[in-house]
Design a protein around this ligand. Structure first.
Ligand code: GTP
Ligand code: MG
Length: 334
């Protein structure tokens, strides 16, 4: 449904419109559970598809990724187990389309990191989903270390067969090799540092920090490979690209801040646990319309001398700091 913009003061915003339902509305059932909430999530994905299809495509593929993708595929041959880390807020959008093909039958552990940045309901939804699929998943917090020790134990347990075989051949045991892979900025290096209880791998709050592959040793029986975040050369699903931008998982030069913040506003408005009141209360402005770009511009006029970029940055960083609550932007498919 197209959303009409009105008001003389409005500049000619590129439209972020569409979807099955108006994107700005007051929620009747915030924090409720059950089918209404499920329907909201289904609608959200449909709306997101329509909102993003009119935008300039977001693509990010810095040179170091192309280079290290090749090296990573080489190193995969050495790994006994692969630990794939995803952003718990967007587990689907941080799933590499080629990962299954690269890993084949290799032993694998899936980590949903940033556990502290999603709600208990989000966590339970993903835990149920992976349990139904028979996929082993570890929820972790790379900042404080929750889940890191468990990961180390699991990796060793999964790869124990390596040394059973070596002993049978009369060879001495060797450390188990675990490769940590995943999208940029999902917390790979932080998890390794937490497990090692030392800052062995550079980690910082922006994508593309790790640029080279690096093996580090944990005790006598585990070696871990830290790898640069890998994403596809072309992100074909633009809903995912925008979610990666919202979560700061791709370089900020690749997207337009006001466009991305506008979509975030429209998403938050629809999310069962947030809603428009939370945004209005935080910024003390009325959202008198159905358009995220209009909200960004209103905030710009209210706080930033009409600078949409600054207003957009504020909204994005507020989301990343949990100012609208800790929430996932994706729920499992039904
Ligand atoms: N709140 C929170 N922050 C986290 C978590 N894990 C990592 N971080 C923070 O997220 C930022 C990125 O972490 P990194 O470990 O550098 O991420 P990475 O996956 O190695 O990133 P690249 O090397 O760029 O691919 C850092 O500032 C971490 O402190 C987590 O579970 N929760
Ligand atoms: Mg890193």
């Amino acid at each position: 449904m197209a959303v009409q913009l009105s008001g003389n003061w409005l500049p000619n915003f590129p439209k972020i419109v569409g979807g099955k339902s108006p994107s700005f509305y007051i929620h009747e059932s915030s924090n409720s559970h059950g089918s209404r909430v499920e329907d909201d999530w289904v609608d959200l994905e449909t709306d997101l598809y329509h909102w993003t299809k009119t935008l300039r495509p977001v693509q990010w593929y810095p040179g170091h990724i192309a280079k290290t993708e090749k090296e990573l595929k080489e190193q995969l041959k050495l790994m006994d187990v692969v630990i794939e880390v995803r952003d718990g807020r967007i587990p689907m959008s941080t799933s590499h389309p080629q990962m299954d093909a690269w890993l084949g039958n290799k032993k694998r552990i899936l980590v949903l990191n940033r556990e502290d940045m999603i709600s208990t309901a989000d966590r339970n939804a993903w835990a149920d989903y992976y349990a139904r699929q028979g996929t082993k998943v570890v929820f972790a917090n790379g900042q404080h270390g929750m889940g890191a020790m468990k990961l180390g134990r699991l990796a060793k347990a999964l790869a124990a067969g390596v040394n059973v075989k070596r002993r049978a051949k009369g060879l001495l045991p060797r450390p188990v090799r675990a490769g940590i892979v995943g999208y940029p900025n999902v917390g790979k290096s932080s998890l390794i540092n937490r497990l090692l209880k030392r800052r062995m791998c550079p980690a910082a709050p922006r994508p593309g920090v790790t640029r080279v592959l690096k093996w580090v040793r944990f005790g006598n029986d585990l070696e871990l490979l830290d790898s640069p975040g890998i994403i596809p050369m072309r992100i074909s699903d633009q809903s995912s690209a925008i979610k990666l931008a919202i979560c700061d998982d791709i370089g900020e030069r690749s997207y337009n801040f006001p466009d991305v913040a506008a979509i975030l506003v429209q998403m938050l408005t629809k999310l069962p646990s947030v809603g428009i009141e939370v945004l209005q209360n935080r910024y003390k402005i009325d959202a008198d319309g159905h358009c995220g770009r209009r909200f960004v511009h209103k905030l710009a006029n209210h706080l930033f001398n009409g600078d949409d970029n600054q207003a957009a940055f504020r909204i994005l960083s507020d989301f990343r700091k949990g100012r609208f609550g800790w929430i996932a932007l994706e729920r499992p498919p039904k």
